[in-house]
Write a protein that binds this ligand. Sequence first.
Ligand code: WTA
Length: 636
Amino acid sequence: MSNFIVKSQKQYQELYKASKENPEKFWEDFAEQEFIWYKKWDKVLDYSLSPNPDELDIRWFEGAQLNITENCIDRHLATKGEQTAIIFEANDPNEKPLHITYNELAKNVNKTANMLKANGAKKGDRICLYMPMTPELAYAVLACARIGSVHSVVFAGFSAKSLSDRIMDAKCNVLITADGGYRGSKITPLKEIADEALMSCDCVDKVIVLNRTNSKIAMEYGRDVWWQDEFAKASDICPAEVMDAEDMLFILYTSGSTGKPKGMVHTCGGYMVYANYSFRNVFQYEDGDIYWCTADIGWITGHSYILYGPLSAGATTVMFEGVPSYPDMGRFWEIVAKHKVNIFYTAPTAIRSLAMCDIDMVIKHDLSSLKTLGTVGEPINLEAWEWYDQHIGKSNCPIVDTWWQTETGGIMISSLAGVTKDIPTYATLPLPGIQPCLMDESSHEITQADAEGRLCIKHPWPSMARTIYGDHQRYADTYFSSFTGMYFTGDGAKRDAKGNYRITGRVDDIVIVSGHNLGTAEIENVINEHPNVAESAVVGYPHAVKGNSIYAFITLRGNSLEESVAREIKELVAKTLGPICKPEKIQITTGLPKTRSGKIMRRILRKVAAGEFENLGDVSTLLNPECVEDVIKGRV
Ligand code: WTA
């Protein structure tokens, strides 16, 4: 058994201390013991967390060579070849689930890798995956890693515009998609959306199309090929490409405070080390456990905790194609009972919506297999935590509230299931190897324990993003310019006297709606494209199920028709960015409160949207104080 997997409070303290005193030795020892490296590193860590992009640089295990798929697949074959690696549960509960063994996974990933090669994918190329949650998505991700291509998974709920922006930003030459994707009672026309996206991309030469829904689609001769045809032709032997530890493994886009999404870059060695380390420590996975993370592979949670973390640990991981509400609101619990899930990891927004249903939806399913629960993506409120604990965990399962980000690659602050104490609504303590701190607004570290401030991380950790693809300046500006020599998370947090962290939410212009990060600037840019819109300001406001929802304040040009404008704007945003970005409320107003330098005071608008009209602060210094009253009166 690894001495890096914490089994007691005391060991937690000891490991934490050791990791802080000598982080390089800590990570070196773990990396050495736990993985297959073709060649060891020359240096464990080389870094500068400078705000100057010419200096900002983070390298872990430089000089080492590896392939992450060797560690996620091949090395398990001798002992676990016939163990299930992936349980696939289809959208339709009547479709037979698949139990894919590690031997089968190896063959299928190799075939997919050879199929990619035959269609022009090479080491270093960026491959876009716009796919439903079927096993082929897992094969495609791992196949890219196998041949050294960089995967860029785009969530299959995104629009054509979002897809084409991401394809062009990463200059992908191959796109893998499907004819359609099942989501509850609907089919998302993925190929049709992809075709529209590709009209504005000149970099994609090949489109590989999985037939999933038998939808009628157009295939472009010379460009489009069917997955099933190409896969059938491919050999199931494909040696893993030798990768340097700092070679790119994947790009994953996340929303930013300014309009454009950020392509976060993760590299092979450090990401593998931390995905494995955090998975095993947080969930305390034991051989034979059935583990289910309900996220989509289109988000970082799916990358790290459906695929790379669990597979590198030789676990059995469940992949679910559908949605929690289909065919009824008991689907999650039905799946837990059907596959005897032991570890269940989901988002607070899902918990809140399921908690609103008739409790019979839960009671009728046997949840006795569960031993650990987890949450991720946003702060969990006490009511939701208690419901989850009582009705799902039967007051008998630890709940790990895991705080982390696309940028951090893996879980940073969380209790370790059954080992360190969980506290409702607190992410609790950092994992050994992670050094969080709180900073005040004048850039001083707050050293007393019991405090509130901006959450930063002091020392590099192996899975931190290395850059924003194509924009190192923005990487430096966003994460390393606010507080010298440390990583700024964009989140606010409280810390109690015992050092437990409670994340209070974003302190920037990102709103988390149903666990999805949305940049308000990106939404404003779209709204402003409407011919009748003069100006807009988008803010988040608290929502009982979604955590937050989007509220748009809009001023119009001339005398446009208000009602139709609001409807058109909702449609425009849904079409351009995807339905999850659609404003729930739109208020047409005569003016937006501004500073004397003309900057919109979003702070005031956030309060109005939330219905908090007191403490608006001193509005007399505004350029146009008179508009505040109108804004309040017009609240929708
Ligand atoms: C928020 C998701 C409170 C936070 C893995 C962070 C959380 C953003 C938690 C990253 C949590 C994530 N408690 N807030 N347990 N987990 N967040 O990149 O604001 O999609 O900055 O990564 O989600 O979202 P992302």
